[in-house]
Design a protein around this ligand. Sequence first.
Ligand SMILES: [Zn+2]
Length: 349
Amino acid sequence: MSEAADLLQRLVAISSESGKEDGVVQALEEVLRGLGWEPRREGRNLYALLGTGGPVLLLNSHTDTVPAGEGWSKPPLGVREGGRIYGRGANDAKGCLTAMILGAARAYAQDPPAGRVCLAATCEEEISGQGLGALLPLLPRPDAAVVGEPTGLAPAVAQKGLLLLTVTVRGRSAHAAWGGGVNAVHAAARDIVALSALPFEREHPLLGRPSLQVTLVKGGTRHNVIPDRCELTIDIRTTPDYRPEEIVALVQKAVGGEVEIRSRRLESVATDPGHPVVRAALAARPGTAPFGSPTVSDWVFLKDVPTVKVGPGDSRRSHTPDEYLETAELEEGVLFYERLIRGYHALAK
Ligand SMILES: [Zn+2]
């Protein structure tokens, strides 16, 4: 049986929901030691340095998964069947992690590149917690980075950010039968209509325009009371063409309610398509093209580091029942990362 499929199956067999990655980190520590590396552990993050001298290429992916959830026809802790490995995390992102580890192992086993790799397996990506953001200050400063997420081995060179806002609309309560008062839910409805027409004129070549969705509405307490308060949650997927403050100002201008920023730290990021890390990724897999990704990842912590997000698998399989990775995709991933490491160091030196 293949080394890569065995390793992926071993990792998928260990449940590792965000915050509970200890078991899988311990297994990875053994795996990396078995490869002759010297892994270091910081909390539930693990990293290892390969090579000496030259630029540092960070290879990062995450060990945590979302909960298995309902609706599975296969065992969520993994089964190999019909050329596929099923299980929570097989695609997002233990397949990427497996391919990164074995790709790096191959690159440094023979004819090693003239540069270093820092491989970091980090926790809590799915909850934007104490993962890469916490580990990064302890690592040698990367000259470039690769974030392992399932992209079908095409490099994402731009990624949308997430800006989360709350709009609080206030009214004045009264008895529904008598009328009077000011209905905050009605006022919020007008705000929702205004928000759906919000103009985002600047269009990013790969990410398009920012998108805005009202995703939660909370208002009213009883059927017979005119509500005095309604709260809207707004999920905005941003592009590098708009500063978060600009978007907040646009929203504030459109609505009657009071706007508050709930989260703005997951900013949009992008890398120059001519950078060696992008060129190396494209050369490692002829026929692929750079693209813009709508989903956030740990790339947000690498704002000032030229980064590509790329890995085996398909992002649309992530977080679904019967999540899987094809063993052929996994093998291609191993070869891909080996070539990417070699190509990057050949271009960057
Ligand atoms: Zn992921």
